[in-house]
Ligand binder design. Structure first.
Ligand SMILES: [Cu+2]
Length: 417
C-alpha cells in the first residue's frame, strides 16, 4: 500500500515484483546517465566557439556513437524481455484463484482442489474501524479478502462479467485486465505473509473507485486449513453427497487403470528405451558426426585453397624455386606417410583417428560450446537483478511449501474416503 510522502515504488512483495522493481531502478539509472551526458554535451555546445575548421569527419567517432547507443538499448531490452516472458510463463501452478470483476465488486472462486468448490464476493468495507488501533484503511479494505499462500506457485485467472476491469496489486507488480469473454492469467508467488492492497485499474463505471483489491497472503498451512475449512462448511449439502459418490467411482476407475498400467509398465519401459536409443544412436549421432566432418572438410578445403593461392603467387614471382619446393614438399609428405604406415601400422591408424578427433571434433566443440557459454553468461548477467542465493532460497522454499500443500490436501481427502 502506498503511504504518505512515499517517493519510489512500494516494497516488492512477490518474487517477480522484486525483479520488476530492480528493472525499474536499472532503467532509471541508465536514463539518468543518458540525461546527464546529453545535458553536458548541450552545455558544451553552448559555450563552444566551433573554430576548428580541420575536422571534416571522424569515422571512429561515428562508429562509436552508433555502437554505444545500440548496446545501451540491448542492456535495457534484454532484462525487460526476459521478465516479460517470465511473467507470461505459468507451468503447473499448485492452486488457482479465479478472479471475476463485476460492477462494482470482485468475486473470488477456489475450485481447483477436487470437491473444494466455493466462491464469495468481495465488497468495499463500508466503514473503517474507529479508534487508535484502526487497522482498516479507508477505501481499500474489503469485507472478504482474497486469500493466497505465500511462497507457493499459485495463479490467478482473471475475467469479468460485465465491463472491463483491471485487477491490480502494485506491490507485487500485478495488473491484469479483466475482460468479459476472455480469461487472463497471472502468477502469484508472494514472498512473505501480509495484506496487500490495490484498486480496480480500468475505468468501469460510476463506482470504479469503490471496488478495491485486497489480498491476504498467509502461510501454506493456514491457506490449506482455510481451503479445507471452507470445504467443510459447504459439505453438509447435496454437493457433498455427489462429491463422495463421484469420488468412490473415480477411485475404482483409478484402481483398474493402475492394475493394467502396472502390467504394461515393463513393456512400456522397454519400448521407450528402444525408441530413445534408436533416436540417439540411429539419428542424432550420425547427423552430428556427418555435420562435424562436413565442417572439418570445408575448413581443410579453405586452408588448402589459401596455401595453393599463396604458392601460385610465389610461382608467378619465381617459377623454378616454387616448383622445386613443391616437388620436395609433396615427395617428403608422401614418403613420410608411407614410411610411417609401413613401419608402425598400429600407431598410424591411431594417429589418423586422433588427428580426426583433434581437428574436427574439438574445433566444433570449442566453437559451439564457447559461443553458447558466452551468450548465456552475457544474457544472464544482463538480465538478472537478484543474486543466486536469493533465487536458490526461493526455489527451496517453494519446493518445501509445494510438498506441504500437496501432503496436507492429500491426507485430508484420502482420510475422508
Ligand atoms: Cu472495475
Amino acid at each position: 500500500m502506498s503511504l504518505w510522502g512515499q517517493v519510489s515504488l512500494q516494497e516488492g512483495s512477490s518474487v517477480l515484483g522484486v525483479e520488476i522493481q530492480c528493472l525499474y531502478d536499472h532503467a532509471m539509472l541508465i536514463m539518468m546517465m543518458i540525461f546527464s551526458f546529453v545535458s553536458y554535451m548541450m552545455l558544451k555546445i553552448l559555450v563552444n566557439k566551433f573554430y576548428c575548421n580541420n575536422y571534416m569527419d571522424n569515422q571512429l567517432l561515428e562508429t562509436l556513437w552508433t555502437i554505444f547507443p545500440l548496446s545501451l538499448l540491448l542492456v535495457l531490452g534484454f532484462p525487460s524481455i526476459k521478465l516479460l516472458y517470465l511473467m507470461d510463463e505459468l507451468e503447473l501452478p499448485e492452486a488457482t484463484v479465479k478472479v471475476i470483476g463485476h460492477q462494482w465488486y470482485w468475486s473470488y472462486e477456489y475450485s481447483d482442489v477436487f470437491g473444494s468448490d466455493f466462491s464469495f464476493d468481495s465488497y468495499l468495507s463500508k466503514e473503517p474501524k474507529q479508534g487508535v488501533l484502526a487497522v482498516e484503511y479507508r477505501m481499500l479494505e474489503v469485507d472478504n479478502r482474497c486469500v493466497v499462500a505465500c511462497m507457493l506457485h499459485m495463479r490467478a485467472l482473471v475475467s469479468s462479467e460485465d465491463v472491463v476491469h483491471s485487477w491490480a496489486i502494485p506491490s507485487a507488480c500485478i495488473k491484469v485486465d479483466a475482460i468479459p469473454g476472455r480469461i487472463n492469467q497471472v502468477g502469484l508467488c508472494f514472498l512473505y505473509p501480509g495484506v496487500f492492497y490495490g484498486q480496480c485499474s480500468e475505468l468501469c463505471g460510476v463506482n470504479h473507485s469503490f471496488m478495491p483489491v485486497c489480498v491476504e497472503v498467509v502461510t501454506v498451512e493456514v491457506f490449506t486449513d482455510w481451503i479445507i475449512g471452507n470445504h467443510l462448511a459447504n459439505s453438509e449439502n447435496w454437493d457433498y453427497w455427489l462429491f463422495s459418490s463421484a469420488k468412490s467411482v473415480w477411485s475404482a476407475i483409478c484402481k483398474v487403470v493402475t492394475y493394467f498400467v502396472g502390467l504394461g509398465g515393463v513393456v512400456t519401459k522397454l519400448y521407450v528405451w528402444w525408441w530413445k536409443n534408436f533416436f540417439y544412436y540411429g539419428i542424432y549421432v550420425p547427423i552430428k558426426y556427418t555435420f562435424s566432418a562436413g565442417v572439418g572438410l570445408v575448413k581443410w578445403i579453405a586452408d588448402t585453397c589459401v596455401s595453393v593461392v599463396g604458392w601460385m603467387g610465389w610461382f608467378v614471382d619465381s617459377p623454378i624455386d616454387a616448383t622445386s619446393y613443391l616437388i620436395v614438399y609433396v615427395s617428403k609428405q608422401v614418403y613420410n606417410m608411407i614410411w610411417f604406415s609401413v613401419t608402425k601400422p598400429f600407431e598410424f591408424s591411431f594417429w589418423v583417428a586422433k588427428s580426426f578427433y583433434d581437428s574436427v571434433y574439438k574445433t566444433i566443440y570449442f566453437f559451439v560450446e564457447g559461443t553458447n557459454f558466452l551468450f548465456h553468461s552475457m544474457v544472464n548477467s544482463m538480465s538478472s537483478f537478484t543474486d543466486d542465493s536469493f533465487k536458490q532460497a526461493v526455489v527451496n522454499e517453494v519446493n518445501v511449501n509445494t510438498h506441504k500443500f500437496l501432503f496436507i490436501i492429500n491426507e485430508y481427502y484420502n482420510s475422508r474416503g
